[in-house]
Design a protein around this ligand. Structure first.
Ligand code: GLU
Length: 319
């Protein structure tokens, strides 16, 4: 752990962060708040908040950092690691591939064209639904309880819960996700014993877990330290599974802007349609961001601008 390094830069960041947040906030106007899940459309378009957490728990929180929002696709990083803990690598990758798609996150296209039914990777919707089906538990409620317990564990003993309004709103309007899931069922990626609606219900619930930037930063910190919580010193997630999750974050965590993000920012990150971003600087910081206004590729416009500014100014790229 580069103790000196991260402490010095934490002080540097503290002074300049408010100005960076306000400069990045101006980019909210370039995007739009997601509305295909009706409940998400209520988010404040101009909001921008960030939390940066260091390995001793020291915290910088700026802008609208107390705003709560739902994890959406960010939750997929953690359900992937839980499914790996439950099934091992072979079990998970029998059902999903390891390649970016270049298609939209909810696309049907390659599902039929390439290896019928096998989703390209665990972060697109089809792949995440398949991963959710692999999580142990006798009932949907038991699976969801395990998922929440795992999220809470990774968030340093938080008390996260599902936002029932967002869950219901997505469940009532998720025609495309439903069609993806039934297609997976038809191709036996979801096995005979699996009830499609049960899997979807767990998937919508874990996407609707409500969180703040600070809690997101706490979860990211565990990934920044390869599964060990640097605050408690406890290994929470096997290092290998964190490595796998971070590889997918880099390849496809920022939808079809993942390549551009790797070039311009160069750190593992995952965004969600609520405008949240979880990012990490390996061995240094966990980062949580909220900026509900999304650009054409589905990422927070102000959040990405803020990460670009920070990475170029503080030399964060891992490359
Ligand atoms: N629950 C959302 C969906 O399945 C998550 C999408 C996302 O954040 O990319 O459409």
């Amino acid at each position: 752990m580069e103790m000196e390094g991260w402490k010095i830069s934490m002080d540097e960041i503290r002074n300049i962060l408010p100005a960076w947040v306000e400069a990045s906030r101006l980019h909210a106007g370039e995007g739009r708040v997601a509305s295909y899940i009706p409940e998400l459309a209520k988010a404040p378009q101009q909001a921008l908040g960030i939390a940066v957490m260091g390995p001793d728990g020291s915290l910088l929180a700026e802008g609208d950092s107390s705003l709560s929002f739902t994890m959406q696709s960010i939750s997929k990083v953690f359900t992937l690691m839980l499914a790996l803990m439950d099934n091992g690598e072979e079990g998970v990758f029998a059902k999903v591939g390891m390649e970016p798609t270049g298609d939209d996150f909810n696309s049907m296209l390659k599902l039929e064209l390439v290896e019928p039914g096998k989703p390209f990777n665990p972060l697109i919707n089809a792949g995440a639904i398949a991963v959710t089906s692999l999580i142990s538990g006798d009932t949907p409620a038991a699976k969801m309880a395990r998922i929440l317990a795992f999220f809470n564990h990774a968030a340093g003993g938080a008390d996260l819960a599902v936002n029932a309004d967002v869950y219901r709103s997505e469940s009532a309007t998720a025609h495309r996700n439903r069609s993806l899931a039934y297609f997976l069922k038809d191709n036996e990626v979801l096995g005979e014993e699996i009830d499609v609606e049960d899997v979807l219900s767990v998937y919508f619930q874990h996407c609707a877990v409500e969180i703040t930037c600070v809690q997101l930063a706490r979860m990211a910190l565990v990934l920044a330290f390869n599964g060990t919580d640097p605050i408690s010193g406890r290994q929470l997630i096997p290092r290998r599974y964190v490595q796998i999750a971070k590889s997918f974050m880099l390849m496809c965590g920022m939808y079809n802007a993942s390549g551009e993000f790797a070039v311009k920012v160069g750190i593992p990150a995952k965004s969600g349609v609520s405008g949240g971003i979880l990012a990490l600087v390996p061995g240094r910081y966990g980062i949580g961001i909220i900026g509900p206004s999304l650009g054409s590729k589905g990422n927070s416009t102000s959040g990405v601008h803020l990460l670009e500014t920070m990475s170029s100014s503080l030399n964060w790229s891992i490359f």
